[in-house]
Design a protein around this ligand. Structure first.
Ligand code: NAD
Length: 482
């Protein structure tokens, strides 16, 4: 049985914990090893190593720091399929989905390689007679990131490259459900030659998170996960004087107008709902057919959903994998039960879906509800599975109002051929990531990523220039030389 280690101070070390958790392939049920639920002492060792490394790492020229990231990028490309397969094994998503997400992660490494330009400050001479003023960006110390199960390779790469490119040192706490791809990525970072202590990885669950949030040696925390935990991370870390960005959950609407290009829209919407088995913070969850769009939309969506091939993501021809675990499957099934109990009409029932070859898999088939009232649990809460509600609104105004009433505000999409409708929608909808004829409005590495309202706690989002801002302090120097 493979027992995972933590990576601290440039070495793979065994946690002192007595608690270990099984890692399971959600499609096959096969055990992939055991992850330590590490202790406060493990977190403290990582913070000490990172604090020690910070002294020389911050003095390392940005152009030299970037070269370590170039090496990491090269190694990630070289081991691309190997890492993608690990993601499929530990998380369940299809190999194509794993590849796509890893590519998105690597783009953040590429972006952070531009740190010599991205970190530049500004200067103004003669702010008063004979007085000059400049601001420089400086790294701040040790940053930590805490990440979710749904993008095991990508989400940590939203933070790691920016934190270390800007001269900070870093502690990662990956999801205890899917730590294996990060272990491999850290092995590659070791091969890239990052000095000991610059990058550290501590496996574990809530005790490790709380130790991070309270540790006086940690300057700031990046978090991605569900909204209740995001809020806990935000309030606790802030109460301990830290900088925080906490990206939370979602309940994304997709509005389809009667003038939409239907054939294209339906396949894109279907991918948004069922891609990654619905375990995406950008997944479409409430599909709003506006006016005459409703009837053809529900019919075509249903046909598309029925054509989905559920199975093991490493097998040829499979278009949807299992959910991440049996525990999560139970959670998704209980939402479906609630939908039935609250009186929604079940148009497609994925509860009994099984895959003959993998009787132990955590499979849930595509599920579609209609006649869903906004007050129902399935309309209000994040299900995080392949379950969609297809609803109807009379006008664009009604659809916008439905979106605005939702407590989450992560992503939203509209499908239309009218520029006026698209403009009206993006102007008023109040959600941070907006797709126009796009089903999964995922900003690329050089744009800010994150929601608002119940989907985000903090100020600066992930990725892009927000990433550089989050990990640096702007120091202003005012000088007079006589
Ligand atoms: P989660 O909140 O259960 O776990 C996220 C991290 O927090 C994990 O590392 C976990 O160990 C830790 N954690 C869990 N419970 C905790 C607790 N009580 N106290 C302290 N730490 C705790 O989330 P998940 O199930 O791993 O991931 C799915 C969620 O992540 C969904 O809600 C999804 O929408 C969200 N997500 C959001 C984005 C975004 O960009 N907004 C991106 C990806 C995922």
């Amino acid at each position: 049985m493979k027992q995972l280690r933590n990576y601290i101070g440039g070495e793979w070390v065994r946690s002192a914990t007595t608690e270990w958790q099984e890692i399971t392939n959600p499609a096959t049920g096969e055990s992939l090893g055991q992850v330590p639920l590490s202790t406060r002492a493990d977190v403290d060792s990582a913070v000490q190593a990172a604090t020690h490394a910070f002294k020389t790492w911050r003095e390392t020229p940005p152009v030299v720091r970037a070269r370590y990231l170039f090496k990491l990028k090269f190694l990630l490309d070289q081991h691309f399929d190997e890492i993608a397969k690990i993601v499929t094994r530990e998380n369940g998503k299809t190999l194509d989905e794993a590849r796509g997400s890893l590519k998105r992660g690597i783009e953040n490494v590429e972006y952070a390689c531009g740190t010599p330009a991205l970190m530049m400050g500004k200067t103004l001479e003669d702010v008063a007679s004979g007085i000059d003023c400049e601001f420089v960006r400086q790294p701040m110390g040790v940053f930590a990131a805490i990440t979710p199960f749904n993008f095991p390779a990508m989400v940590p790469l939203w933070f790691l490259p920016y934190a270390v490119a800007t001269g900070n040192t870093f502690v990662l706490k990956p999801s205890e459900q899917v730590p294996l791809s990060q272990i491999r990525i850290f092995e590659l970072a070791h091969e890239a030659g990052f000095p000991p202590g610059v990058l550290n990885l501590v496996n574990g669950a809530r005790d490790v998170v709380n130790a991070i949030l309270e540790h006086p040696g940690i300057t700031g925390v990046s978090f991605v996960g569900s909204s209740p935990v995001a809020k806990h991370v935000y309030t606790t870390a802030a109460a301990h004087g830290k900088r925080v960005q906490a990206l939370g959950g979602a309940k994304n609407h997709i509005v389809v107008m009667p003038d939409a290009d239907f054939d294209r829209a339906v396949s894109v919407v279907s991918e948004s709902i069922f891609g990654c088995t619905g375990q995406r913070c950008l997944a479409g969850s409430i599909i709003v057919g506006t006016g005459k769009a409703y009837k053809p939309l529900r019919e075509k969506l249903l046909a598309n959903a029925k054509a989905i091939n559920v199975g093991y993501g490493l097998d040829e021809g499979v278009t949807m994998g299992p959910v991440v675990s049996h525990k999560h499957r139970e959670r998704v099934l209980s939402y479906i039960e609630h939908g039935v109990g609250e009186g929604a009409t079940m148009t497609l029932d994925g509860r009994k879906t099984t895959v003959d070859k993998y009787p132990s898999g955590a499979f849930v088939g595509p599920t579609i509800f209609e006649d869903v009232d906004p007050s129902m649990k399935i309309a209000r809460e994040e299900i995080f599975g392949p379950v969609a509600s297809v609803t109807h609104s009379e006008t664009l105004d009604d659809a916008i109002e439905a979106v605005r009433m939702n407590p989450f505000a992560n992503a939203v999409s509209i499908f239309t051929t009218s520029g006026k409708s698209a403009r009206e929608f993006r102007y008023r909808v109040g959600v941070s990531m907006i797709g126009v004829n796009i089903g999964v409005a995922a900003p690329m590495a050089f744009f800010p990523f994150g929601g608002t309202k119940g989907s985000f706690f903090g100020d600066l989002k992930a990725n892009g220039t927000d990433g550089i801002e989050f990990y640096t302090d702007k120091k202003v120097v005012i000088s007079r030389w006589t």
